[in-house]
Write a new protein. Structure first.
Length: 209
């Protein structure tokens, strides 16, 4: 079963929020191997005991940090759905948000998470697969407005789109082929989108160049 909902970010008035926010910054900067509760406590001018009060182990803390960032990304997707723009532009905006988040950390450091904490990585993969519902909503809107072909099964399209992202775009893929996330994901999304677009959709895409 695909997990469609994830914990909401904690209230900004709680001590949990700054712990998770700065913990995320440290992971993006130093990677999983370089992340320590000692450094986090020092940077926040609080005791390790205080951190462990909210997060009893480092592993639980890491899990909550990644739940925190996925909740933020999910909220951004909801905001994108509400934008009064062309649905094809919503698709590109959603991809840009994903790329912006991934680009905050090196691929090798992302690989550390997959190796050291595979269960947390599996949660991230479940979250990525659940985004197919977001893309399905965008594809349907685009189809209703004549930008996506009527003769294709959008349920199947959204499944294929996210399954390829989940199965192929793993840390080892980028490292093996020495590829950048930004260029690779944008290239994939462009030829995928052009494959389902109508002439009207293609004209819109071309008009943006």
């Amino acid at each position: 079963m695909i997990q469609n909902s994830f914990p909401s970010p904690p209230s900004n008035t709680s001590l949990e929020a700054p712990i998770l926010e700065h913990g995320l910054d440290l992971i993006f900067r130093d990677g999983i191997k370089g992340f320590t509760v000692e450094m986090l406590a020092k940077d926040l001018a609080m005791s390790k005991k205080t951190i462990y009060k909210f997060f009893p182990t480092k592993e639980i803390l890491l899990q909550k940090i990644f739940q925190y960032i996925t909740a933020i990304i999910a909220a951004k997707f909801q905001s994108i759905h509400k934008l009064d723009i062309n649905p094809l532009d919503k698709f590109e905006t959603a991809i840009a948000e994903i790329v912006k988040t991934i680009n905050r950390v090196s691929i090798s450091k992302v690989g550390e998470l997959k190796v050291r904490y595979p269960h947390i990585w599996r949660d991230i993969e479940k979250f990525r697969l659940a985004r197919r519902e977001d893309f399905l909503t965008i594809f349907k809107e685009a189809q209703n407005q004549g930008y996506v072909r009527q003769n294709i099964d959008l349920e199947l399209v959204s499944i294929i789109f996210m399954q390829i992202v989940n199965d192929v775009f793993q840390p080892e893929f980028f490292l093996k082929h020495d590829l950048g996330v930004n260029e690779t994901l944008n290239t994939y999304c462009e030829f995928f989108l052009r494959g389902i677009a109508t002439e009207k959709g293609l004209k819109h895409l071309e008009g943006k160049k």
